[in-house]
Structures are given as C-alpha cells and as structure tokens.
Design a protein around this ligand. Structure first.
Ligand code: SAH
Length: 246
C-alpha cells in the first residue's frame, strides 16, 4: 500500500471525472458535481479537490474558477497511479432495489473488478436501471479511494453465462445446500463468485452449474444467508484469502 500523502487533507472532496487527466489540465465540471463542490462543500478558488479518471490514476486539483452552474478545476499533481484490481467478478441474481444498491456499493468497496447481474429461473426482478447501478458504483469508488472503477456489464441469463464461460476462470458457486468451505479453497487467479436469487437455484440450474469444469461449489457456513449477505461475505472471504487484503 502506498503511504497516504499528507497533502491534500483527508477531508478533501474526491470526484470521478470522464476526462483524461494530466498535469496542468483544466477540467470543467457541471451539474451535480459542480453543485456539490460549490453549494454543499462551499469550495472557493484555490481549494483542493482530488480527481480520478479510471485511466491515469488520482490527481490533486484546485478550483480555478467558479461559475453559476459550472466550475473549472486545474490539475496540479499526480497523487497515485491507477491501481491493479484483483481479478474477481461478482455474478449475482439481482435483488430488490435498495438491497441491490447495497450489494453494488459494498462490492465496489470490497474491491471487485466487475459486477454482472445474472437472471435465473427464480429471479423476480425484471427491470434493472443500469445507469443507477453505475452511479452507485461511481459514488462508492469516490468514497473508498479506488482509482479504478469496477466494470458493470448488462444482465445475462444463466444458460448463456455458462455456455460462454472463459476457460481460465474459476467459478465459485455459492451453494446453500453445501460445498467446500469457501475460505479453504479461495485461490488467486481469474475468479468469479456466483450468488443465487432469494429463492435459490432450481435443481436443473444447480446441475448445469456443477457440470462446468471450472465450477467449485462453496459453502458460506451452516446458515441460509440472504442473497446480499452471501455476496458481501463471499467477496470478503476471497479478498482476505486471495485478493489484496494482506
Ligand atoms: N434457496 C434458499 C435461499 C437462497 S439464499 C431458500 O429459499 O431456502 C440466496 C443465495 O445466497 C443462494 O442461492 C446462495 O448462492 C447464497 N447462499 C446463502 N446462504 C449460503 C450458504 N450458507 N452457503 C453458500 N451460499 C449461500
């Protein structure tokens, strides 16, 4: 872990911007971000802001000009390069809105590289607002200090997911009916965690997942966890054993 620089102070606002950042660049921000910095944080000219772009890392910038609806930030110096994120995907059947937001937020904080909703037979959520999920991811990344955004992919049906499964990626399948304790088998390398919906996988789905050579059925203990708890617990176990927590 790189040491946290003493300047800017910890409370400095931190924002994701789409523009590619470089030394001395001016970045114009508008809308919610400009409103947040000028009306909520009340930043004046010269105030420090941290920016990251998911491409070049994190930079220190300062307010160069403030307008009614926009603001110009001038990039002053690079603080950190873009990080390498452990190669872990979260594949989870979507749960209800507030719970799904929580899963996505926590997955981002815990260090996942990609989130993709998986539609199973017992999945009850039909419409997913991908833009909202992306916004939740960005907010979590701003808050937790990530310099790389997790990728979010469109929902996929379970059979298609299994059919196109990459040969080199282990699929840890969280099975409430029993499996190897996850902490015993979690290994580094390309990996994914698959979590079922509130109603669980049906018999055919379970058989299809288990038939995949890369699948490893894993247990998260003797209790039945809610889908969102299972996702957060599984990500934590993998990160602690095989990710970047040590
Ligand atoms: N079929 C269950 C509930 C499923 S829980 C029932 O209705 O009784 C939702 C998902 O969380 C499961 O599909 C599984 O992927 C995961 N999960 C919950 N508890 C688990 C455990 N103890 N071990 C492994 N996975 C678990």
């Amino acid at each position: 872990m790189p040491a946290t620089p003493a300047w800017p102070p910890q409370s400095t606002p931190r924002l994701f911007v789409e523009a590619r950042l470089s030394d001395g660049a001016d970045v114009r921000i508008e809308g919610g971000q400009a409103h947040y910095l000028s009306n909520v944080m009340r930043l004046k000219e010269g105030a420090p802001v941290k920016l990251f772009d998911d491409q070049t890392g994190e930079w220190l910038a300062e307010v160069a000009a403030t307008g009614k609806r926009d603001m110009v930030l001038r990039v002053v110096a690079q603080l950190r390069p873009r990080e390498d994120v452990p190669d872990l995907w979260l594949l989870a059947a979507p749960v209800k809105k507030a719970r799904l937001d929580m899963v996505v937020e926590k997955a981002c904080e815990l260090g996942v590289a990609l989130y993709r909703p998986v539609i199973t037979r017992r999945t009850i959520i039909e419409r997913l607002n991908m833009d909202r999920l992306r916004a939740t991811m960005v907010e979590a990344a701003e808050q937790c200090g990530r310099t790389a955004l997790p990728r979010i992919e469109e929902a996929v049906k379970l059979p298609a997911l299994l059919r196109d499964w990459p040969a080199d990626r282990t699929l840890y399948f969280a099975d409430e009916e029993g499996g190897v304790p996850f902490a015993e088998v979690a290994k580094a390398g390309p990996a994914a965690i698959l979590i079922g919906p509130e109603g669980g996988f049906d018999t055919d789905e379970r058989a299809a997942i288990k038939a995949l050579p890369q699948a490893v059925g894993v247990s998260l203990g003797p209790r039945i966890l809610r889908a969102e708890t299972a996702a957060i617990a599984a990500l934590s176990v993998w990160m602690a054993k095989a990710g970047d927590w040590s």
